[in-house]
Design a protein around this ligand. Structure first.
Ligand code: SF4
Length: 342
């Protein structure tokens, strides 16, 4: 655990200020410097007295990540950042462009414990969970380095966000806060492989964040093979929690479906999806798999279209989404990095 006031949200930083015998407004001022202006050190805080800067500096660093590499794809549609944490672990963050819109895919953990068989990050196992400050800093640094206005955030990088629920929710609220990064809550999507208790808890958050579930099969046997979490929370529990979320929030839920050749791309798979999803207000995103080794294959264009043809005229919206960043191994399921040499 790194000591830093960058892990504090708007309320906590005011409480911290009071605990240090400062006025709450000083806390608010510091919050703005860190998250709205994105400063890297107290030296940049022009209107903060030296005595207060010393108190802040004594709490630990304000810059938690160092840029190691920054790759840009040939077609300029994606950028991948490799950041080194203070303990020498590394995380990857991906910026995706669609027209004039930029979406940042942030990591929530170093590695991941969920072990999904099609995912490179899952091979690493879990090294540790990221702190809220480290999650938010990915956005601040990506914005500064790329000089792009980032409109959307998706928690779909390394890690299972609901395995690090409190820090992820805190990071999202800092991103959303008007005195923070001021990114609309509807432009922040948190994705889970299916940690059912937190789907139910998330439904009651007083924010408009979006929720995505990485589904990948509507068949229990198949899903358990692809995603071990399905043995703990099988489809019946998962989809009941998804439905609960839509009822409580009155919002759609997003299902992500990575299409794997010969695994989950048959007519039977499509029909099982229809049977399971028809009663849930939802959108289904079909994402053709990005090959990382020879365990799974990406379906050909004809197979993709055939699969989609089985999903015509269904009660939920279906979209085909090609995940960007393939050329720089920044696409869904391709993020992987172990320890950096210190
Ligand atoms: S797909 Fe997501 S939840 Fe599954 S192993 Fe990869 S990072 Fe973890």
């Amino acid at each position: 655990m790194i000591n830093t006031i960058k892990n504090l949200d708007f309320e906590e930083i005011q409480e911290w200020a009071v605990a240090k015998s400062l006025k709450p407004f000083v806390g608010r001022q510091i919050f703005e410097w860190i998250f709205q202006k994105g400063v890297h050190s107290t030296a940049e805080m022009h209107n903060v007295p030296k005595s207060v800067k010393e108190i802040i500096d004594a709490e630990g660093p304000l810059l938690l990540l160092d840029l190691e590499t920054h790759e840009i794809s040939d077609d300029d549609s994606s950028e991948k950042f490799l950041f080194k944490c203070k303990d020498a672990y590394a995380i990857e963050t991906v910026l995706l462009r669609s027209g004039n819109h930029y979406t940042l895919c942030v990591s929530s953990e170093i590695g991941c414990a969920m072990g999904c068989t099609f995912c490179k990050t899952g091979e690493m196992g879990l090294k540790r969970k990221l702190q809220a400050g480290e999650i938010v800093e990915q956005v601040l640094l990506a914005r500064r380095i790329s000089d792009k206005k980032i409109n959307n955030i998706v928690f779909m990088g390394m890690g299972e966000p609901f395995n690090n629920y409190d820090e992820v929710v805190k990071a999202a609220t800092i991103m959303n806060h008007a005195k923070g990064l001021n990114i609309g809550a509807r432009h922040i999507t948190i994705s889970t492989s299916g940690v059912v208790p937190y789907i139910r808890e998330f439904a009651h958050l007083p924010f408009q964040f979006k929720l995505a579930i990485s589904l990948n099969s509507a068949n229990d046997t198949k899903r358990s093979e692809l995603m071990p979490i399905n043995r703990r929370y099988p489809l019946e529990d998962l989809l009941s929690a998804a439905k609960y979320y839509t009822i409580v929030t009155n919002k759609l839920i997003f299902f992500e479906y990575v299409l794997l050749k010969g695994v989950n791309d048959t007519a039977k798979d499509a029909h099982e999806l229809i049977e399971k999803l028809s009663s849930i207000p939802s959108k289904l995103n079909i994402i053709p798999y990005n090959e990382i080794d020879d365990r799974f294959k990406r379906p050909g264009e004809k197979d993709i279209q055939r699969f989609l043809s089985h999903l015509e005229n269904v009660s939920f919206a279906v979209t085909l989404r090609y995940s960007g960043g393939r050329g720089i191994r920044a696409a869904c399921g391709q993020l992987y990095h172990e320890v950096m040499d210190s």
